[in-house]
Design a protein around this ligand. Structure first.
Ligand code: GLN
Length: 448
């Protein structure tokens, strides 16, 4: 099969499969591979990759699943896109998500919800639910997602695929539509661990457009595959195990036993501030979001309300009509937490607790190489089941958001089935130690 045919076949298959799944917001009907493909040099040459719709693509509509950006046509590429273009990957379109990446179910999209390919009545997780479903349904081999509080790992777990959020500062955020700038990170999802390693090899590394990206050398992540785990020090937080019971606990424990039987040293540890991570995250993330989303004023981008009387009216009406309910909730929460009267009690407190959460991790990594545990407390829930209860939806994120607050790399790898739906094992490591995350994920994949 030629790369041209692969691009055509991929688009054809997406059109068919997506009638049920709705994983895509935009599909490029004329998708073509790059010219002069160099298969020896570029592992990704001619490989179709899905891009979450909050990553800017030159000449391809980018909406972040929001009405406020319904017609936004970028005039430049995000750095990750430029890097993938240089590596000659094929672009077939943009995937569905929760509006501005706020959510855990891909139900908060202006373009309708995405369905979980394992069971169409279940959510695919979120916010990168479109990317996860596109991979799980076999529409593409790999997809880019973004992860502010679990948006790559939780949908990866719900769809039985691998997903990695790299260290904060490993991958450029230039061209990623900002949500929580101190937490956001672009990462990769794929069925096979190796494919994510290949994509991360391409997108990681310095960028003159993003001062938060590290100059630290990017290792070849595939060099961590195929290794054993003998002597590896694996921490298991008791708060994470206490958060799961029944079949979920068994499935996770089984994977820990697999590591133990292979000679890894298992240490029970504690992340004592786990009970504060949800409120801490929702204050920090919403505060940053309320600031980042100020730019959508009906003037510079996308949607502008009609029949307005004056400038203020343009702002108010465009934002009222352009943003969905969940986004408005975050803007209100964030604006409140940053306001003069509430700052000390809310934003400042959250920033302080964040430091304590970081210290919990530092302490564990003094004596351990990786941390493992469940990615989520439950497998995928039903569409419509939690949408009307935001607090319940927020509490689901308890196991994923700490890694964002601490800036450490974290992944989810398939661990087995719970009630017939996939469950994920989460693997975390020290900052810039994606290598050990890949090592353990690949080991689990090979021994499943
Ligand atoms: N579910 C979390 C939220 O709603 C995380 C989202 C994300 O990682 N983008 O904020």
């Amino acid at each position: 099969i030629t790369a041209e045919d692969l691009a055509k076949e991929t688009v054809k298959n997406i059109k068919e499969t997506d009638k049920k799944i709705n994983a895509w917001i935009t599909v490029d009907e004329d998708a073509k591979p790059a010219e002069n493909l160099d298969f020896n040099k570029n592992k990704l040459a001619g490989i179709p990759i899905a891009i979450k719709d909050n990553i800017i693509t030159n000449g391809m509509k980018t909406t972040a699943a929001s009405h406020i950006l319904y017609n936004y046509m970028p005039v430049y590429d995000a750095t990750v896109i430029s890097k993938l273009k240089k590596a000659q990957a094929t672009f077939v379109g943009k995937t569905n998500m929760d509006e501005f990446a706020m959510g855990s179910s891909t139900e908060h999209s202006y373009y309708g919800e995405t369905h979980n390919p394992w069971n169409l009545d279940k959510v695919p997780g979120g916010s990168s639910g479109g990317s996860a479903a596109a991979v799980a349904s076999g529409e593409v081999v790999a997809a880019l997602g973004s992860d502010t509080g679990g948006s790559i790992r939780q949908p990866a777990a719900f769809n039985g695929i691998f997903g990695i959020k790299p260290t904060y500062g490993r991958v450029s955020r230039w061209g990623l539509i900002a949500f929580g700038s101190s937490l956001d990170q672009i990462g990769v999802m794929s069925k096979r661990v190796k494919d994510s390693a290949e994509v991360l090899n391409v997108i990681a590394g310095p960028d003159e457009h993003d001062a938060t990206v590290s100059e630290q050398e990017v290792p070849d992540y595939t060099s961590f595959l195929g290794q054993d785990v003998k002597g590896l020090r694996v921490a298991v937080p008791k708060e994470y195990m206490d958060a799961v019971d029944g079949e979920m606990r068994e499935v996770i424990q089984k994977q820990i036993d697999v590591l133990k039987d292979a000679g890894a040293i298992i240490n029970e540890v504690s992340l004592p501030h786990t009970k504060y991570v949800v409120p801490t995250y929702y204050i920090v993330a919403s505060s940053e979001a309320s600031s980042n989303l100020q730019r959508y004023d009906g003037i510079r981008y996308g949607y502008r309300a009609k029949d307005t009387k004056n400038l203020l009216d343009v702002y108010v009406k465009s934002r009222s009509e352009g943003f969905g309910d969940e986004v408005k909730r975050r803007i209100m929460l964030g604006s409140f937490a940053l306001s003069a009267g509430a700052y000390d009690e809310f934003f400042k407190k959250a920033a302080q607790v964040r430091t304590l959460i970081c210290r919990d991790f530092e302490k564990i990594f003094e004596e351990n190489d990786v941390i493992v545990g469940p990615t989520t407390t439950e497998p995928a829930f039903g569409i419509g089941e939690e949408i009307s209860d935001p607090i319940k939806m927020y509490n689901n994120d308890i196991l994923t958001i700490s890694a964002n607050l601490a800036g450490i790399p974290a992944a989810s790898v398939p661990a087995g089935l719970v009630d017939g739906m996939p469950a994920g094992l989460q693997i975390m490591a020290k900052r810039f130690d994606e290598g050990n995350v890949f090592k353990v994920a690949d080991f689990i994949e090979r021994n499943n």
